[in-house]
Design a binder for this molecule. Sequence first.
Ligand code: HEM
Length: 382
Amino acid sequence: MNDTPTPDWDPRSQEVQSDQRVAYDHMRETCPVAFSDYMHWSLFRHGDVMRAVQDHETFSNVVSQRLTVPNGMDPPEHTAWRPIVEKYFTQSRVDAFEPTCREIAVDLIDAQRGKVELMGALAHPFAVRVQCAFLGWPEDLAQALRDWVARNHQATLARDHAAMTRIAGEFQTLIRDTIAARVAAGATPETDVAVALTHETVHGRPLNEDELTSILRNWTVGEIGSIAASVGIIAEYLAANPQVQDRLRADPALAEAAADEILRLHGPLVTNRRVTTCPVEIGGRTLESGARVTVNWVAANRDPRVFDDPDAFRLDRNPEDNLLYGAGIHVCPGAALARMELRVVLEELLARTSSITCDPDRPARKAVYPASGFHEVHVLMR
Ligand code: HEM
C-alpha cells in the first residue's frame, strides 16, 4: 500500500462550495487528476472521465458493500439487472406518461405570477409529484420522499455513515408500507410501477425486498435530486438570458436540445464513483489498485478541449460529447424520461408566460455539494 497522497484540494471548502462550477473548472485546468481526503481521486477532464466510464474493467462500480441495483454493480451481475430496469423507461412508456407530466407542470406554473422563488414553487414540487405519478403512487407521499432526499443529502455531505444507514432503513420501511398499502387498495402491476417490480425475476427467482428497495432508491435519488436541480438551472438560465428565451419562444421545437445544452453548461449531477481494480496511470498520476475515484461530470462537460467556447450556448454541438446522462454501460437508463420531463417544463414555462426575468433584488443562491444548481432562484414571472 502507498502512503496517502497529500491533498491537492478540499471539495468541502467554502471556496469550492460557494461556486462549484468555477472551482471545478479551475481544478480541470490546474490539477486535472486531484487527490482529496473527502473524494480521494477526482477526474475533471472529459477524456479522463470518458476513459473511466468506458473501461469498466479497470474502473469498477462496486464501490461499497451496500447493495445498489444496478449502479453499484459490474458485469456479469450488472448485465443481469440492467434490462429489468431499462424496460420501465422505454420510449412508449415515456410517451404515455407525457400528458400526466404536462398536467403537473401546467398546474404548478399557472399558480405562479409576479415574484416567485422557483426552487420551492416549481422545481422541488415538480420533481416529487412527477416521481410519485410515474410510480403510480399517491401525491401525499411527495412530502415524505422530499424530506427523505433532503436528509440523505445532508448525511452524504457529512459522510455520516450511521445516519446514512438509518436513513436507508427509513426508506426501506417507507417502500414496504407503501407497496403493502397500494396492494391492499387494489393496485396492480399495470397501474403501479413499484407493484410491477415485485413481479420481476432475476436469475430465475423473484426480487427480494433489499433489491426492490435498492432499485426504487436509485430511481428516487436519481429522479428527484437531478430533476429538481435541472428545472432550477434551466429556469435561472432562461431568466438570465432573455435572448435564449426569445429564440425558444419563437421555435419551441428546440426545447429538448436547449435543455441538454443548458445542462451541459451547468450540470445538475456533480459526481459518480468508481474504484480501480489494478494500478492505473491517468493524467500523469499513478493510482494504486483499490483507489477510490470520482468522475466530475460538471467539469468534464465544460472542457474546452472538447467543447469549443465552452461557456457559449450552442445547439450545433455533437450530442455524443455531452456527458449529461453519462456514457458506457451505466449510461442513464432514465434519460428518455428525464429529457421528456425537462422539455415539458421548459415548453410550459415559455408558453404560459410572456417573460421571465431575474429578480434584481434577490440574486439566485447556489446549491452546495452533493447538490448542484441552485438553492433559491428568484424571478419575476409575467
Ligand atoms: C436530469 C436528470 C438525470 C441526470 C442528469 C442523470 C444522470 C445520470 C448519469 C450521469 C448516470 C451514470 C452514472 C454512472 O456512470 O455512475 C445515471 C445513471 C442512472 N440513472 Fe440517471 N439521470 C437523471 C435522471 C434519471 C431518472 C429520471 C431516472 C429514473 C427514474 C434515473 C435512473 C438512473 C439509474 C437507475 C442509473 C444507473 C444505471 C446503471 O448503473 O446501469 N436517472 N444517471
